[in-house]
Design a binder for this molecule. Structure first.
Ligand code: SAM
Length: 236
């Protein structure tokens, strides 16, 4: 059997490219996005009572992986990228059906110029991600503190000491009015060490990394095991 599904919404996210996005939801509270609900699903009554829930499940399509073939085994970054596990024992984006599932905080619902938006945070979603469904998170059913989580028993450790250059510090202050959480967002993202697992492992230092974040190119490097935030180049 195969099924046709409709996109009910589109994500507008602070993450404009795959590199640098947290590998799970809930890891960076300052990572914000909106889901723009598309017609004919953007009816107020379809979302009535949703605001009484603090968190929601978002079921979405890994739209930037559609052309890649799935593989029976994958190498999760969590295992240093050098041990294979079954695709169904992973949260890899390369799956037979490219579906993602994230729990995110629901910060509110807003209507602007006729469009309905769900404001969410703690996201691991790329900009323009198509959303297939939204469901309320039910703590009594969905939270299982005694669950055993295989090779990923807990959240990743903080990567290390973070140092902002004088230029990056000044830029965060300069943009603080439009982006009040920018510094904390950068700090918490880089603490997750977005470098490919093999790079992080070999401890290769001195290479400048860049990611598109909001309206900036964020540049950093790892030196003496410290993460140095170099600067934010505006892309606007
Ligand atoms: N929480 C979801 C899950 O478990 O299904 C996603 C986990 S997946 C490992 C998270 C990664 O998916 C992110 O770090 C980002 O690189 C990638 N990603 C997010 N949105 C995507 C999209 N629309 N298309 C392709 N890759 C995406």
């Amino acid at each position: 059997m195969s099924f046709a599904m409709q996109t009910i919404g589109l994500v507008h996210s602070c993450f404009r490219e795959k590199f640098g996005i947290p590998r799970q939801s809930g890891l960076v509270a300052e990572a914000r996005a909106e889901i723009e609900i598309l017609p004919p699903f953007d009816r107020d009554e379809a979302f009535s009572s949703l605001e009484s829930f603090s968190h929601i499940w978002v079921i979405f399509v890994f739209h930037q992986c559609l052309r890649q073939k799935w593989k029976a085994t994958v190498r999760p970054p969590r295992l240093g990228g050098n041990r294979r596990v079954g695709v169904f024992a992973s949260r890899s984006t390369f799956r037979p059906n490219p579906l993602g599932l994230s729990v995110v905080k629901l910060d509110g619902l807003a209507r602007r110029q006729g469009h309905l938006y769900l404001q969410i945070s703690g996201v691991d979603l790329l900009d323009e991600t198509p959303v297939l469904d939204i469901k309320p998170y039910l703590s009594y059913a969905d939270s299982l503190p005694q669950a055993v989580s295989g090779y990923a028993p807990r959240a990743p450790k903080a990567a290390g000491q973070l140092v902002f250059s004088a230029e990056a510090e000044a830029q965060c202050q300069h943009y603080a009015q439009g982006y009040p959480q920018l510094r904390a967002l950068i700090e918490n993202l880089l603490q997750l060490d977005p470098r490919p697992a093999y790079r992080a492992q070999t401890g290769e230092e001195g290479e400048v990394y860049a990611m598109r974040l909001l309206d900036f190119d964020l540049k950093w490097e790892v030196r003496n095991s410290e993460i140095h935030v170099l600067r934010l180049d505006s892309t606007g």
